[in-house]
Ligand binder design. Structure first.
Ligand SMILES: *[C@@H]1O[C@H](CO)[C@@H](O)[C@H](O)[C@H]1NC(C)=O
Length: 290
């Protein structure tokens, strides 16, 4: 721009002394340039290329990284899931663990099985409730597993739920033989029935360690708040039923995000009709206090 000394500059339309006009014009020019840079077409395209490339790498099973914080992961984990229900909040993770990992956990548990126990309500006796839960089981902690399998499962589960590992109880590995079952129940401990609690089982994670030929489904009789007014006997196998499949994992929440109990989280294990059912359960607490 060639200005005439002493005459008003016309660049911005108004009569301004030339140096000021140049300053104002260039200020707007650079502001415009800066704005166009921040929404720049080229940068968006570059991101798209990046994303497509990353997708291709992932599909080829190659290693991909994203910028991450100090406590984050180096890699992108692929954990497929299906929302089974919002009432209660339940997710299936198909192929969460592989066959060998499942068999390792069964082997660890096999030598230590004892009849499964039950948390008793005030006034209940072990003898009167012995038919409620007929499986055998054992508690296994990851720190006692030299193969590292349980630690691997815990780690992956913490990632899938974003609830730190320390909130989990030890694994309760269960075996259900022919006809064995677990009547429908809640995992939360209502203080009115069980007395004051330091923390609650807010979510439950089940890793199916075996296929079951027939029966043995995990059932949610009150799914979508159905069947709640029919005088349900806690034994009948109704509602949403999840068929155990070796390596699949099921996660459901017994509490709403606001901390109150979800009545739809009632669940049980249907009787095994043919075959045998092995499952590793982990209860996730709302605090590290027990
Ligand atoms: C907690 O959340 C549930 C589900 O959204 C809702 O039905 C219930 O009224 C809430 N309770 C309180 C005390 O906020």
């Amino acid at each position: 721009m060639k200005g005439n000394k002493g005459r008003p500059a016309r660049g911005c339309g108004y009569a301004l002394p030339l140096p000021i006009a140049v300053l104002v014009c260039s200020a707007f020019f650079f502001l415009g340039y800066y704005i166009s840079l921040s929404n720049n077409q080229e940068i968006v395209v570059e991101n798209d290329v990046d994303r497509i490339h990353r997708q291709q790498l992932l599909e080829n099973g190659e290693t991909v990284q994203a910028a991450h914080g100090v406590t984050g992961d180096d890699l992108i984990n692929v954990i497929p899931f299906q929302v089974l229900s919002w009432k209660p909040r339940a997710l299936l993770f198909p192929g969460f663990a592989n066959k060998q990992q499942c068999e390792t956990i069964i082997k660890l548990a096999k030598t230590k099985l004892t009849p499964s126990g039950l948390a008793l309500r005030k006034g209940e006796t072990a003898d009167a409730t012995k038919d409620v839960r007929t499986s055998s089981g054992t508690f296994l902690s990851a720190s006692h597993d030299k193969t590292g399998t349980l630690a691997w499962v815990e780690e992956r589960m913490a990632k899938a739920t974003m609830i730190p590992r320390a909130h989990g109880e030890a694994f309760n590995v269960l075996r259900y033989e022919l006809g064995q079952k677990y009547n429908s129940h809640y995992d939360v401990f209502n203080p009115e029935e069980y007395g004051p609690q330091k923390s609650q089982r807010m979510a439950s994670f089940l890793l199916y360690l075996s296929d079951v030929e027939e029966g043995g489904e995990t059932m949610f009789p009150f799914e979508n708040y159905q069947n709640m007014n029919m005088g349900y006997d806690y034994k009948q196998c109704i509602g949403l039923r999840v068929k155990p499949k070796q390596g699949d994992a099921l996660l459901f929440y017994s509490m709403f995000p606001n901390g109150t109990f979800d009545a739809a989280a009632l669940h049980g294990s249907c009787p095994v009709v043919a075959g045998e059912k092995w499952v590793a359960t982990k209860w996730i607490r709302d605090s590290v206090e027990r």
